[in-house]
Ligand binder design. Structure first.
Ligand code: PEP
Length: 251
């Protein structure tokens, strides 16, 4: 059966020392706890190796927030999936709306990144979601379906089964404006139906679909109580251990 996952996305926050302090604090609060979900922290690249060496990786998984669309070579400034894997990280967030919007990531690039992540034994957390105008024009279901189809539907059922999806309505990210539990459930159920039509019931039922967008300690329980919401991708609230722990405890 699919996993429940609470994944933090630190974005471009925290120096190495601050990041290590945050990871250490999270490690301490989880030391005596048995979370009812998998816990992931998505750190900046430079933190990965140190954070992975600091936390109890049987309890806290480490994720990169991106990886290159090339295997290796003369691509100055890029970080490959194999480099990410070599740090001890085992997840990678791909297709975040900020990367699509500010760094021009396309469906085709994201398909290659996902292939390379899988090849290097990293679990992709693949982000999809509509912008406000698309929701207001009532094309949000089509937008999300196309994002999944264009980047992920050439994968075999076996490979697709290794991917985690994160539905993140762009209008809810960092805005304090959360999708209602009904809106989240409606879209997650639609995504699962889309997966069922392509890959069949077993793959669809086994795929974890996370919700992201101003998820916090106050609303996590209601969001996660929906049948098709299997956890959260958490931005702002993952930077405070008490808040992030409260979200983990929502399961
Ligand atoms: C995110 O960036 O993935 C996110 C969900 O951010 P926030 O929780 O801050 O809205």
């Amino acid at each position: 059966m699919r996993k429940n996952i609470v994944a933090g996305n630190w974005k471009m926050n925290k120096t190495l020392q601050e990041g290590l302090a945050l990871a250490t604090e999270l490690n301490e609060v989880l030391a005596g706890a048995t979370p009812n979900c998998d816990v992931v922290i998505g750190t900046p690249f430079i933190h990965l190796a140190s954070v992975a060496a600091t936390v109890d990786t049987t309890k806290i998984n480490v994720a990169a927030q991106n990886c290159a669309d090339k295997e290796s070579g003369a691509y100055t400034g890029e970080i490959s999936a194999s480099m990410v894997k070599s740090t001890g990280a085992n997840y990678v967030i791909l297709g975040h709306s900020e990367r699509r919007a500010y760094y021009g990531e396309t469906a085709a690039t994201l398909k290659v990144k996902t292939e390379l992540a899988l090849k290097n034994d990293l679990t992709p957390i693949f982000c999809i979601g509509e912008v406000l105008e698309e929701r207001e024009s009532n094309i949000h279901f089509n937008v999300v379906k196309s994002q999944i189809e264009e980047s992920l539907f050439d994968f075999s059922a076996e490979d697709f089964g290794k991917i985690v999806l994160a539905y993140e309505p762009v209008w809810a990210i960092g805005t304090g404006k959360t999708a209602s539990a009904e809106q989240a459930q409606e879209m997650h159920a639609f995504i699962r139906q889309t997966l069922t039509a392509k890959y069949g019931e077993a793959v669809a039922q086994n795929t974890s679909i996370l919700y992201g967008g101003s998820c916090n300690a106050g609303n996590a329980k209601e969001l996660f109580s929906n049948t098709d919401v299997d956890g959260g991708l958490i931005g702002g609230a993952s930077l405070k251990v008490a808040d992030f722990k409260a979200i983990i405890d929502a399961f």
